[in-house]
Ligand binder design. Sequence first.
Ligand code: ZN
Length: 560
Amino acid sequence: MSIDREIRNFALENAVRFNGRANVGAVIGKIIGAHPELKKDMKSLSQKVSEAINKVNSLPLKKQKEELEKNAPELLIKDKKAKQKELPELKDAVMGKVVTRLPPEPSKYNHIGHALSFLINYLYAKKYKGKCLLKFEDTNPEKCTKEYAEAMEDDIMNYLGIKPDKIVYISDDMGHMYQKAEEMIIKGKAYVCFCKREKMQDLRHKGKACKCRNNTVMKNNEFWHNMINKKYKDGECTLRLKGDMKSNNHAMRDPVLFRISYALHFRHKNKYCAWPLYDFENAVEDCNYKVTHVLRSIEFGKMREELQNFIKNAIGCKPQIVKEYGRYNIRGAVTQGRVIRKLIEEGKVSGWDDPSLVTLKALKRRGIVKETYYKLVEEVGLSPAGSNIDWTIISAINRSILDKKAERFFFVENPVKIKIQGAPKQRISINLHPEDTARGSREFVTHEDFFISSEDLDGFEESKLNRLMDCMNFVKKDKFIFDSLEYNKFKKHGHKIVQWVIDEHVKVKVRMPDNTYKVGIGEKALHKLDEGAIVQFTRFGFCKLDQKHKDELEFWFTHK
Ligand SMILES: [Zn+2]
């Protein structure tokens, strides 16, 4: 980015922060912070900054914001971050005693919303030097699979870098859950119901009890033992809570706690046939593992909370402290597992890691780095109002991280060969990273032959000077003609600057988020990259090397 552009961005940032009026001293401070070498010529710097500020201050605040959002959204983020650095304190949190949990159901792939929820729970455990549990809620044998569980573990531990203190599969605790169910039956808080599903739903809706509710504790206990000992068929009966059939909260109208399913479980095969439903296992297991704080999205709802607290009370356990935060909406993205599964079945997306999705698998493959999620949590935090997370925010944060580390290369889309007459044969070397010269450089021997993009071919004006980036200046008449080498000459009179590739090159294709491909060639040095490397193709965008095919490199587009 040019210094003028940077000054303009900082001026906009400062103006937006101070109600439309940027301050010269503050902007100079920022610029010098980023480019200490400019201290040498303070006079010209303050003049440039004053000019930029005059222009920026003459714009209405709305325009300033729009421009900043467009050109440097990362500066908007920093601004917010300054106000909200630490996670707010939790009620009754004692240092060293906090226990939180990540509760995924391994029946789908996680998306970015899950990642934020996991991180919030994890970061709170860390904040209080407590413990964080990874608890797989795998009691739906029809839906939960080993594949999903393994993918989640990989996402959580390897991609997000979360290190849980303990990993549990709650299907391993079936004995404990059966025991708690029996306790409830004996206390008269649960009963076995043989009604058909439709009838049960109808009576629940009307607030009426079925006749099973009147069975004795002894009968219920007998039925329950039959139930867990495989004496009944699939769906023949359920264990229900003896709640309140007249409650305005429908969740309290004797919901099902256990059902029968003979589907094979991915860990326990056919060992069990009576499976707990979500609210029961969640309530029992949070108590079992002495979870102290539950941080969850507001969409969980008060109705469910009342039900879970009722169950906890029935088994003699103190409810956890719940902290709710607003729902994260990923604007414009499909996030529901059910919907994605359907898209995959219909062949509309290629899989759970399709580049158009915001699953963690897809984002990882595209080049969204771990640090972005941690920043995003700082950013959206525990806002009770909820957050619309937009791709521009995700990519702005990710870009600010990649910008410091990604190596730069040239990629030429739809290449055409040109000859620049009179160009000298020369050896040139271009830094892998513009600021970090210690990274080394790419070496080229160039002469008259180059490839440039066919899109660039149209934009040359005959009277003006053009430049092959970091290489040489030329003019285009009816032919391409060498002019000079120095950038300074182009800087004064230059028109258009383009990236280029020479005869020694590699074939490159880039898979875009909409599943189209950009096809072209890249410089030869790309060959030495390992799969998984994230680079910036100059003037094109950040890309992650997905696969090295025999004669072609396939990248996935990260973002601009
Ligand atoms: Zn019944």
